[in-house]
Design a protein around this ligand. Structure first.
Ligand SMILES: [Zn+2]
Length: 564
């Protein structure tokens, strides 16, 4: 016993010495930085780019003559990754850069796999603007497993690799040789299959946007260069400084604008969807706009765009941030403005007007399980209305149909279409379950909007009242393997761009708009570019910033004219 007891520590000591030896690199395979870069490039090309290769196969086909091209595509992708990594990996940077790239690729490939997400500059901006609650919605067990297998484990292997650095001259020569070989692979395979590559670039850009992580990094660089402070600080641009109230406007307006979230036009009951997802609005005799289009495919673009006078073609988020929007012009004309938000933020739109956050229980009285309901935004609104003197515009920014956790967006009693998809992992649900859940969330918005109308009705004696609802953008529900939204606008499917829009009018305000032409006007093609003029039109404001032709509602009074 005594003998054993004395021997134990000695045994442990010697094994510790052995461990030190192996960590010191005597028994583990030594890696050069070039070798490690190549290994990581091969791993990312093979493991993280399945979506890219399936998009390429979908574009070109599966014929056996195409296999040499697909092989060249794989080699080419690996070579591009080697070149990119070589450019930034030097000495102490090798491991950190490779670890970051592996983790990033794992996350990007998960979203590409689960939601068909393309990480362009806009999607990166959306991701950065995502708050904790939204991020929590996205977190699933599958995502964790995916990122551990494709990101964390290889990253740990890189961190533990026995990296050796020869003399800097030897190292430089070896790395230049590697870059040369990579370049040769790109040139030779590019020349051998030039027709295929040209077709890929020209006709299948969607496929190239799936290259991980190259496309996201390029987009990130592009975005960062745009976000860098320019040499001259941006001056605030005033719009509509000549704004005046119309002399014929004797009444006070009370307009409630509801900025919806992620509702697509073809699931809107009033647009003729096979399911009646808007039974309450149908009863309220609202004016439905069946041909309404979004400015962007994300909240971060559509919301500031619809309030700005820049319009889709010239819209720029950073320019919009320092330019007066519709709320600023209305505010200058003396309209009382209140923005209540149950979404992420006003995206800068309400930066200069009163803003209230309804995403947590401090303001919102209707919250359960961390989910605060849109209906909570109506709480105390009558008191607010009673306290104001003059015109009022209230903007309610909904949580609406925000995905992928559609099942969280409505109380149990709105679960009319079943079975539902009670998870954020849309890939694990059938398309029927996803659509059911999504449609239930629209039912809740329909209910919410009917409550807004009720509030307006009870104020119709005192004010000229109206409600204007429109969704910020639509949503892909798995068509072509694409989920959610945020696709580059030019490539985005109609489902992400075609949105529902409705108006409701109280009795008083009908004298100010040409109700007779409404039936014809509501059928025209409109977009969020028309919101700026329409909001100014509601309050009968005269300003050179008001373009009458862009106003969805024609004014009834002739003296109120376009000053341009
Ligand atoms: Zn949105």
């Amino acid at each position: 016993m005594k003998f054993d007891g004395m021997n134990g520590p000695n045994f442990r000591e010697s094994s510790a010495v052995q461990n030190m030896n192996s960590n010191g690199g005597h028994s583990r395979r030594p890696w050069t930085s070039g070798g490690l870069i190549l290994a990581v490039a091969l791993f990312i090309a093979a493991a993280a780019n399945v979506q890219f290769f399936s998009a390429a196969v979908a574009a070109f086909g599966t014929g056996s003559t195409l296999w040499p091209f697909y092989l060249s595509l794989f080699l080419n992708l690996t070579a591009v990754l080697v070149l990119l990594l070589s450019a930034v990996c030097h000495r102490v940077l090798v491991k950190p850069v490779l670890i970051v790239i592996l983790m990033l690729s794992a996350v990007l490939s998960y979203f590409a796999h689960a939601y068909g997400t393309v990480f362009d500059a806009q999607m990166i901006a959306n991701a950065l603007a995502t708050d904790n609650a939204e991020a929590g919605d996205l977190l699933t067990l599958k995502m964790v497993v995916w990122i551990v297998l494709l990101g964390l484990l290889p990253a740990i292997a890189v961190a533990r690799a026995n990296l050796t650095f020869p003399h800097w001259k030897t190292e430089t020569v070896a790395r230049l040789k590697q870059a040369g070989v990579a370049l040769a692979v790109i040139l030779v395979s590019g020349a051998a299959f030039s027709g295929h590559y040209a077709a890929l670039m020209r006709f299948h850009r969607e496929a190239t946007s799936k290259v991980i992580p190259a496309y996201a990094i390029l987009s990130g660089v592009r975005m960062a260069s745009r976000a860098l402070p320019s040499s001259t600080p941006k001056q605030h641009v005033a719009v509509g400084t000549d704004v005046m109230r119309s002399s014929t406007d004797q009444h006070n307006e009370l307009i409630i604008m509801v900025v919806g979230e992620t509702v697509r036009a073809d699931h809107w009951g009033l647009n003729g969807y096979a399911r009646d997802t808007t039974p309450n609005l149908r009863r309220e005799n609202v004016v439905n706009f069946p041909d309404f289009w979004s400015c962007g495919t994300s909240t971060a673009i559509s919301v500031p765009c619809m309030f700005s006078n820049l319009g889709h073609d010239t819209f720029d988020k950073s320019a919009a941030a320092v330019t007066d929007n519709a709320l600023d012009v209305l505010s200058r004309a003396g309209v009382n403005i209140l923005w209540r938000d149950n979404n992420s933020s006003s995206q800068g739109v309400a930066a200069r007007v009163p803003y209230e956050d309804y995403r947590d229980a401090t303001h919102n009285k209707v919250c359960d399980d961390g989910e605060c309901r849109d209906i909570g935004m109506l709480d105390g609104l009558q008191d607010y209305i009673d306290r104001q003197k003059g015109d009022i515009l209230i903007v309610l920014h909904q949580m609406g149909n925000h995905g992928p956790a559609y099942y969280k967006r409505y109380p149990k009693e709105f679960e009319r279409f079943t079975p539902v998809c009670a998870t954020s992992d849309l890939g694990s649900c059938t398309s029927e379950q996803i659509v059911n859940t999504y449609d239930n969330a629209i039912l809740y918005t329909d209910f919410f909007l009917s409550k807004v109308i009720q509030l307006l009705k009870s104020n119709d004696q005192k004010f000229e009242t109206a409600m204007f609802y429109l969704s910020d953008h639509g949503e892909s529900l798995g068509e072509y393997g694409v989920y959610l939204h945020g696709a580059p606008y030019a490539l985005a499917p109609e489902a992400q761009r075609h949105v529902p829009a409705v108006m409701w009018f109280g009795d008083g305000i009908k004298q100010d708009i040409k109700v007779t032409s409404l039936e014809e006007r509501r059928r025209r093609k409109w977009s969020q570019d028309n919101v700026f003029a329409t909001l100014l039109g509601f309050f009968e404001l005269n300003t050179s910033a008001y373009v009458g032709g862009a106003d969805i509602l024609e004014r009834a009074h002739d003296e109120v004219t376009d000053l341009r």
